[in-house]
Write a protein that binds this ligand. Structure first.
Ligand SMILES: Nc1nc2c(ncn2[C@@H]2O[C@H](COP(=O)(O)OP(=O)(O)O)[C@@H](O)[C@H]2O)c(=O)[nH]1
Ligand SMILES: [Mg+2]
Length: 254
């Protein structure tokens, strides 16, 4: 039950060259340009086509996932790692980020397209457009385990989210740069505590090593697919799934 992507948007990688971790592949974004004014943000089900093309071109359901968090926490790198499996180290450049990337995941036989949006630098001025939140089916909140203020600011991001996002938005808290053990200032337990307080799933990630990056998006895709298909008799427990699958920062999954 899938169809080929048809509408070409601006190249998702087109504005990525100033990011220290981007520019590692061409964007495959389709469709929409900006999240602003994009309707309700409801998942879209598409209908079949008989065209025979690469399976990654097909999808059954589509969702918008947005990344939020302070500038420099690694949002663009996490997105690039997930999409392209790459990390380009480099000194911090105040990035304008990329706009979005698409990736189709096969979740229990269903092709789930995630359209993943980066804040494209808006977060530097704390001026992320409210439409950005409104259109999100899922929001990944990132902080940097080597930067205490990025952790403290999660509260502020969550306030924005509660104000502007859809009520049933899927949320997840990610403590990124878990590879940077020497520079770490936020303990894993602190992240766990904060997530518990807010009632959101949590894990540590590393765009550099790849730790848990795929898992974060897969877990979100599973939750969104489960909700949208209303599978009878089955309850998908996001945090339990994450707990079962996630690796610790000492590990080196990529
Ligand atoms: N050690 C380490 N550095 C990272 C990681 N993710 C991002 N960075 C670095 O952090 C800086 C900011 O990353 P970026 O993705 O541009 O952050 P953004 O402003 O949130 O999009 C860059 O110098 C990246 O190389 C990570 O997982 N580990
Ligand atoms: Mg960025």
């Amino acid at each position: 039950m899938s169809r080929k992507k048809t509408v070409k948007g601006k190249a998702a990688g087109s504005s990525s060259s100033s990011s220290p971790c981007a520019g590692t592949g061409t964007g495959t974004g389709t469709g929409t340009g900006s999240p602003s004014g994009r309707g309700s943000g409801k998942p879209r089900t598409v209908h079949p086509s008989t065209a025979s093309i690469s399976s990654s071109e097909f999808y059954d359901i589509s969702f918008k996932v947005m990344l939020v968090g302070d500038s420099g926490v690694g949002k663009t790198c996490v997105l690039v790692r997930f999409k392209d499996g790459a990390f380009l180290a480099g000194s911090f450049i105040s990035t304008v980020g990329i706009d979005f990337r698409n990736k189709v995941l096969n979740i229990d036989g269903v092709k789930v397209k995630l359209q993943i949006w980066d804040t494209a630098g808006q977060e530097r001025f704390r001026s992320v457009t409210h439409a950005y939140y409104r259109d999100a089916n899922a929001l990944l909140m990132l902080y940097d385990v080597t930067n205490k203020s990025s952790f403290d600011n999660i509260q502020a991001w969550l306030t924005e989210i509660h104000e502007y996002a859809q009520q049933d938005v899927v949320l997840m808290l990610l403590g990124n740069k878990a590879d940077a053990t020497h520079d770490r200032v936020v303990k894993r337990e602190d992240g766990e505590r904060l997530a518990k307080e807010f009632g959101v799933p949590f894990m540590e990630t590393s765009a550099r090593s790849g730790l848990n990056v795929e898992l974060a998006f897969t877990a979100v895709a599973k939750e969104l697919k489960h909700r949208s298909m209303k599978e009878p008799g089955e309850k998908f427990m996001l945090q339990e799934y994450v707990n079962k699958e996630m690796k610790g920062a000492g590990c080196c999954r990529s």
